[in-house]
Design a protein around this ligand. Structure first.
Ligand code: FMN
Length: 359
């Protein structure tokens, strides 16, 4: 599971003067803040009334992402930046309040593949009918409603306009946050795969994404397993990819043009490149063992070549002198081995970059 921070929007939905909603929201934030700290969660409390959203006034369908109004763009940015939501909702006439339905209707892809938890309150049903109503709507938006819930019966739980301290309710609230964070992490690959503008990879469902220092844990695993073959072929363990710490990887991931091929949250292969004078150095080309022989390495190599700085005149690669399979791949792609062998047991291969023909 990813350990990256999650941002959770806590949305208080009632807007009536004197509404109970803000008190429920305050209780919820106070109750779950310690757990949020332990889980590395950023809680973002928000009152729906503060969004100044009129009844949906956008001309285009939300799926277009074309927003004419500043209030929509602001709301879109807030939802887009969140990894999950906790909705604090009353029950109005056996359903969710119109404010919540309106706020949901405004947007489309920003909601997709994010968990949504509910803290409901009401009279006889403790707001549970509002939650059932909302669940039916949110799934259309690809929001994923949680099973864990907090349902507050006003007559039992509210005293002087505040939620009376209750270990049962507090436990339920923490339970919602726990489940929300687990689901948010589990859905992260779905969110990433749905992000607009990511180039598709050669396998169905795969895509290419620039690697960042946040990816160091996944890069560590791929490097450790991929370069074992290099160690065997060259009879040496003196290979940087086998020894680098995640911190060291984080450093080069911040400076190199490093690309990862991903599918369903798994890093399938990687390559890195950078300019050195007028050369474009390509390296750390690796593909996970179970997906070799499917052209992924070749595809990644070509991707790295295509990213070459326009001022570069030559592509340069290094590999172990005995890495026969790598050398065959590179030669098949037009690289020539240089006669010189490095002190570190590597050999260098180069290929001229042909400048594009001028029309
Ligand atoms: C328009 C309206 C409709 C309501 N309908 C229900 C209902 O269907 N079920 C229920 O349990 N309580 C219902 N109530 C009572 C609310 O649960 C209670 O007033 C609660 O405090 C409303 O939340 P708010 O104060 O945050 O607006 C309704 C209240 C209002 C104002």
């Amino acid at each position: 599971m990813s350990t990256k921070t999650a941002r959770v929007l806590v949305l208080v939905c009632s807007t009536r003067p004197g509404a109970l909603g803000p008190a429920v929201g305050t209780w919820l934030i106070e109750t779950i803040t310690p757990r949020a700290g332990e889980l590395d969660v950023e809680l973002v409390p928000m009152a729906i009334g503060d969004l100044d959203l009129p009844f949906l006034d956008e001309e285009e369908h939300p799926s277009s992402g074309l927003y004419a109004h500043e209030h929509t763009r602001r709301w879109s940015a807030l939802v887009d930046a969140a990894d999950g939501f906790i909705v604090v909702t009353p029950e109005y006439n056996y359903g969710m309040p119109a404010t919540l339905k309106n706020a949901l209707d405004y947007l489309g892809r920003e909601w997709a593949w994010k968990p949504i938890g509910f803290v409901s309150y009401g009279n006889t049903s403790a707001g549970t009918r509002a939650v059932q109503h909302a669940k039916q709507v949110v799934t259309t938006l690809r929001l994923v409603p949680l099973g864990r819930t907090v349902a507050i019966r006003i007559g039992d739980a509210v005293e002087d306009g505040r939620i009376r301290p209750s270990a049962t309710l507090a436990g339920a609230a923490v339970g919602v946050l726990d489940e929300l964070v687990r689901v948010a992490h589990a859905l992260r690959p779905m969110r990433e795969g749905a992000r607009p503008g990511l180039p598709p990879g050669p396998l169905p469902g795969s895509y290419l994404r620039r690697l960042t220092p946040d990816d160091a844990p996944e890069v560590t695993v791929v490097q450790r397993c991929c370069w074992v073959d290099e160690a065997l072929a060259n009879d040496t363990l003196d290979i940087p990819a086998l020894h680098e710490s995640p911190e060291q990887m984080g450093e080069w991931l911040a400076t190199w043009h490093a690309m990862g091929l991903w599918r369903d949250g798994r890093l399938l292969g990687m390559v890195r490149a950078r300019r050195v004078d007028t050369d474009w150095h390509v390296g750390r080309l690796g593909v996970v063992p179970d997906l070799r022989g499917r052209g992924l390495g070749r595809w990644l190599l070509r991707t790295a070549e295509a990213a070459a700085d326009p001022s570069c005149r030559r592509l340069v690669l290094h590999t172990g002198v005995h890495s026969r399979q790598n050398i065959a791949l590179y030669q098949g792609e037009g690289y020539r081995s240089e006669p010189h062998t490095g002190d570190d047991g590597t050999t260098r291969l180069t290929k001229a970059i042909t400048p594009p023909a001028v029309a």
